[in-house]
Design a protein around this ligand. Structure first.
Ligand code: FES
Length: 76
Protein backbone atom coordinates (compact mmCIF):
# COMPACT_ATOMS: atom_id res chain seq x y z
CA UNK A 1 0.00 0.00 0.00
CA UNK A 2 2.63 2.49 1.09
CA UNK A 3 4.83 1.62 -1.91
CA UNK A 4 1.96 2.34 -4.25
CA UNK A 5 1.35 5.70 -2.56
CA UNK A 6 5.02 6.61 -3.06
CA UNK A 7 4.95 5.37 -6.63
CA UNK A 8 1.85 7.48 -7.43
CA UNK A 9 3.49 10.48 -5.79
CA UNK A 10 6.67 10.09 -7.80
CA UNK A 11 4.62 9.88 -11.00
CA UNK A 12 2.69 13.00 -10.06
CA UNK A 13 5.88 14.89 -9.18
CA UNK A 14 7.93 16.70 -11.74
CA UNK A 15 7.30 19.72 -13.84
CA UNK A 16 8.01 23.27 -12.92
CA UNK A 17 7.96 23.98 -9.17
CA UNK A 18 6.53 27.43 -9.74
CA UNK A 19 3.62 25.94 -11.66
CA UNK A 20 3.10 23.36 -8.90
CA UNK A 21 2.67 25.96 -6.17
CA UNK A 22 4.32 27.64 -3.26
CA UNK A 23 7.38 25.99 -1.69
CA UNK A 24 6.48 25.12 1.91
CA UNK A 25 9.75 23.36 2.81
CA UNK A 26 12.88 25.02 1.58
CA UNK A 27 15.19 22.12 2.48
CA UNK A 28 13.57 19.75 0.00
CA UNK A 29 11.72 22.23 -2.22
CA UNK A 30 8.41 20.63 -1.27
CA UNK A 31 5.39 22.56 -2.53
CA UNK A 32 1.88 22.78 -1.16
CA UNK A 33 0.82 20.88 -4.28
CA UNK A 34 3.24 18.07 -3.35
CA UNK A 35 1.45 17.77 0.02
CA UNK A 36 -1.93 17.72 -1.74
CA UNK A 37 -0.70 15.05 -4.16
CA UNK A 38 0.57 12.86 -1.32
CA UNK A 39 -2.85 13.10 0.38
CA UNK A 40 -4.67 12.52 -2.90
CA UNK A 41 -2.59 9.41 -3.42
CA UNK A 42 -3.53 7.97 -0.03
CA UNK A 43 -1.43 9.51 2.76
CA UNK A 44 -3.58 9.77 5.90
CA UNK A 45 -1.32 11.54 8.37
CA UNK A 46 1.44 14.11 8.58
CA UNK A 47 3.94 11.28 9.15
CA UNK A 48 2.86 9.55 5.93
CA UNK A 49 3.02 12.82 3.98
CA UNK A 50 6.45 13.37 5.50
CA UNK A 51 7.65 9.89 4.48
CA UNK A 52 6.51 10.50 0.91
CA UNK A 53 7.58 14.12 0.40
CA UNK A 54 10.40 14.48 3.02
CA UNK A 55 8.65 17.68 4.20
CA UNK A 56 10.11 18.81 7.50
CA UNK A 57 12.86 16.19 7.61
CA UNK A 58 15.73 18.63 7.03
CA UNK A 59 16.31 21.53 9.41
CA UNK A 60 12.87 21.05 10.96
CA UNK A 61 11.87 24.71 11.12
CA UNK A 62 8.87 24.16 8.84
CA UNK A 63 7.40 21.20 10.76
CA UNK A 64 4.81 23.06 12.86
CA UNK A 65 3.41 25.07 9.97
CA UNK A 66 3.32 22.10 7.64
CA UNK A 67 1.77 19.84 10.26
CA UNK A 68 -1.06 22.38 10.59
CA UNK A 69 -1.32 22.65 6.80
CA UNK A 70 -1.47 18.86 6.33
CA UNK A 71 -4.07 18.54 9.10
CA UNK A 72 -6.13 21.21 7.34
CA UNK A 73 -5.74 19.50 3.95
CA UNK A 74 -6.69 16.12 5.44
CA UNK A 75 -9.93 17.61 6.84
CA UNK A 76 -10.87 19.20 3.50
S1 FES B 1 12.56 24.03 5.63
FE1 FES B 1 11.51 22.16 5.87
S2 FES B 1 12.94 20.88 6.87
FE2 FES B 1 14.05 22.73 6.55
Amino acid sequence: MFKSIISKFIKSKGGNKEVNGKVVCGCFKVTEQDLKNAIKNGANSFEEVQAITKVGTGCGRCIEGNKALVDYLLKK
